[in-house]
Design a protein around this ligand. Sequence first.
Ligand code: ZN
Ligand code: ZN
Length: 265
Amino acid sequence: MGLRIHFVVDPHGWCCMGLIVFVWLFNSILIPQIVLYPHYEEGHISASAILLFYGIAVFCLVALVRASISDPGRLPENPKIPHGERELWELCNKCNLMRPKRSHHCSRCGHCVRRMDHHCPWINNCVGEDNHWLFLQLCFYTELLTSYSLMISFCHYYYLLPLKRRNWDLFLVRHELAIMRIAAFMGLTMLGGISGLFYTQLIGIITDTTSIEKMSNCCEEISRPRKPWQQTFSEVFGTRWKILWFIPFRQRQPLRVPYHFANHV
Ligand SMILES: [Zn+2]
Ligand SMILES: [Zn+2]
C-alpha cells in the first residue's frame, strides 16, 4: 500500500510547526558550524561526534515530517463493520458516521480518528492509531537531539580546549555568544516541554489509555484487561521487534488488524 499524504489546513498549526522547524534548522545548522567543525579541525573531537549529531538530527526530522503528513487513522465514509464487532461501534453525533469505540471526533481536523490520543498543533495533525508511533519517535529524538546539543555546547565552553584558528571576520564567530545563548534557551525550553509530554505519553501507552480518555476519565467504562507493557508498545509501533520501535524509515503494519480498513503508515 502506498503512502498517502495527509495535510491539515490550519494556519495556527502551520505557525506552531514552523516554529519547531525553525528550532531544528537553527540548531542543526549553527551548532556544527560553531562547535563541531572547528573542534574537529583542531583535533579535539572525532568525526563520529559529527556523524552522531547529524544521525539524530535526520531521525528527528523524518519523524516530524512523517508524523505531520501521515493519516492518523481517519475513518472511511462507509465502513464495512465486521459481523460480531457491531457492539464495538458507535455513531459520531458530529459527523454522523459509524466509528469504532475509542475513536474521537477532532474539531480542528473535522473528522473522526481511530484511537485518537490528541490533536497536536506542533505537528499540525492528530495523533491517532496510525501515527502515534511516529509521534513517540519525534519526542524521543527531540529529547536526544536537544540533550546532545546542550552537552556539546557545555563542552565547548567548559571542557574542550579553546579554539586557536578563529576567523573574526565571520558573522558566526563574532556573534557566537549570542547565538549559543539563543540555542541554549531554545534547547532548555524544548527539553523541559518535551520531557513532561514524553513521560505522560509513555505512561499512557503502558496503561493503554489515550490522553483524551485520561482527561475525560472514561477509562472505567472501557474496562479493558490489563496488558503487559511489551504488548501495548508492540501494538502502537506495529511490531514486536524492539529495534524497529526506533526506526522512522519503515511502514507500520497493524499487529492485530481490528478493522479491515486499517491504514499502513
Ligand atoms: Zn466524527
Ligand atoms: Zn486533529
